[in-house]
Design a binder for this molecule. Structure first.
Ligand SMILES: [Zn+2]
Ligand SMILES: [Zn+2]
Length: 365
């Protein structure tokens, strides 16, 4: 079983032959068909998120269930599934109230081993961790059954894969978290895989003004294609002033930071109108803090909030996003601007860092 393993920070991924154990109770084995290349993998590769290595990376993927461990009833072999990178115990206070992204049911085990504390993959007999308990840069994945969601079989696997992270995170941030209303104005900072999905989420929600901001003109061109009504190149323009000029001087109703950092978070907060909502979508390095102008928060009744995984409920929202895609209400074809063979995975990361792709997806033969 071949998998892409990070053995050391700031080194390329190595595709290695790993030993894989069969699924234990409440676990499934999935043959991976497609896996997206995401900034979150890169955050682990470059040490922004210091996590224990070696680790199989990858968390945005889809495949076919090939084997059930004892006690699994929600899926069966042959089902097409999207991986969820969050657990869903089903009975903690957050699962019970519908905020499954915040599930605390498995907080007693680290997020890179199975719920019994052991791993299902080994290299020369030594345990190898799985990112988010899935680690989908892998020909096969054994993971908790609650971390896969069954979807319709006519959905292409490349589309299914990206629904599992960038589409859920971007579209969910708009329609599930911020609940942007028809006619409102929106700013999106960062037009990578997640940001472009914020743009198409805003379009889906009926936002009237959708302002996209990035440092690269080719990404702004992508944003236009996905529904942005205006674009700002943050390298040359004063973003907050431009946003105010486009919104009658007030600022936007909702601003989304799809990058995740001090400068962009503050920009989002400064660009919202009085009463507006700044939403943090991209995940910053663990060490980042930001100085917020508190008086402006009070006087202007601004809200700042974070949304993790677009605040989606995977069991409800993955099939819904699949339907929206098949109905052509989302454009995932143009989002997947590049596909790669598994062996070219490091090239996928190189092109993502260079900013030359909307979303790259690895397709397994
Ligand atoms: Zn991701
Ligand atoms: Zn839970």
């Amino acid at each position: 079983m071949r998998a892409a393993v990070l053995t050391e920070v700031n080194k390329p991924l190595q595709i290695l032959d790993l030993e894989q154990e069969p699924p234990k109770a409440n676990e499934v084995r999935v043959e991976v068909k497609a896996a997206g290349v995401c900034m979150s993998d890169l955050h682990i590769m470059n040490g922004d998120w210091p996590l224990p290595l070696p680790m199989v990376l990858g968390h945005e993927a889809a495949g076919i269930v090939v084997e059930n461990g004892p006690g699994v009833s929600a899926v069966k072999p042959g089902d097409h599934v999207i991986f969820s990178f969050r657990p869903h115990c089903g009975h903690c206070r957050y699962c019970s109230s519908g905020r499954t992204v915040l599930c605390i049911g498995h907080n007693d085990t680290p997020r890179w081993v199975m719920y019994d504390g052991t791993t299902r993959v080994k290299l020369n007999g030594e345990p190898v961790n799985q990112m988010a308990r899935i680690g989908t840069f892998s020909e096969f994945v054994v993971c908790p059954a609650e971390q896969v969601v069954r979807i319709r079989k006519d959905l292409p696997f490349t589309h299914a894969a990206i629904i599992g992270c960038s589409v859920a995170t971007g579209v969910g941030a708009v329609i599930r978290h911020a609940r942007v209303a028809a006619g409102e104005s929106v700013l999106v900072i960062g037009c990578g895989g997640v940001g472009l999905n914020v743009v198409q989420g805003a379009k889906l929600a009926g936002a009237r003004t959708i302002i996209a901001c990035d440092l690269l003109d080719n990404k702004l061109a992508y944003a236009k294609a996905f529904g942005a009504t205006h674009t700002i190149n943050g390298k040359t323009a004063d973003v907050v002033k431009e946003v105010q000029a486009l919104t009658g001087g007030l600022g936007v109703d909702a601003a989304f930071d799809a990058i995740g950092g001090e400068a962009t978070a503050l920009q989002a907060l400064d660009a919202v109108a009085p009463g507006g909502h700044a939403v943090l979508v991209g995940i910053p390095a663990f060490s980042v803090r930001a100085p917020i102008a508190l008086s402006a928060m009070v006087y202007a009744e601004k809200t700042i909030s974070g949304t993790y995984y677009g605040s989606v409920r995977p069991d409800i929202d993955f099939p819904m996003l699949a339907d929206l895609d098949m109905d052509k209400k989302l454009n995932l074809d143009d989002l997947i601007s590049r596909t790669y063979k598994f062996d070219d995975i490091n090239e996928g990361f190189r092109l993502m860092v260079a900013g030359s792709v909307a979303r790259g997806v690895i397709v397994f033969d």
